[in-house]
Design a protein around this ligand. Sequence first.
Ligand code: MD3
Ligand code: FE
Length: 203
Amino acid sequence: TRTELAAGAWLLHGFVLAQAPQLLAEVAQIEAVAPFRHLITPGGYTMSVAMTNSGALGWVSDARGYRYDPIDPQTGRHWPALPALFADVARRAAAEAGYPGFEPQACLINRYVASARLSLHQDKDELDQRAPIVSVSLGLPATFLFGGLQRNDKTARHRLVHGDVVVWGGPSRLAYHGVAPLAAGSHAATGECRINLTFRKVR
Ligand code: MD3
Ligand code: FE
């Protein structure tokens, strides 16, 4: 089943439940090459969410700013290639939500432990903002905050659980969004964390 959370934003309930073990096995392979790390924001804060990437480009942040880079600055090597299963899931989910022809170039992988959060932000480092962003939730549940096109717009809360996929396109693509501090817990698939994959077309 699918629910339209906002104009152009579709929640596909349990869309990757069957593939979750294989998706997590791919994450383990990726982090063996490109370890999770806590990036520093341009303002000097250390992010509570740990991040890594796979694909031709990876999202990074440091004192100089945010950018997509083909090289992992921590290892000096290319990010691990996008697994075929990742690309397949991202394409199928986008098509299911009404965005056929989506080709992900980057997969940002976020890892949340208890209390980790993502403050309200827009994703606007991608040159092609007509393409949607596809997000996959694995492990512990999270409260997702979804606002409007201005930071001060009222935010709605949505619970995202293991296996859920959300496709953010059209008028929702530039909406402010974030994740509330993760509640402590344990999940059979991931242990004491939540993993989120976001697939992006960058340029
Ligand atoms: C709505 N990640 O990585 S996924 C991010 O759960 C990010 O880790 C969150 O926000 C997470 O940038 C939320 C859902 C999401 C991702 C991108 C969006 C929602 C979005 C872009 C535009 C609008
Ligand atoms: Fe985001």
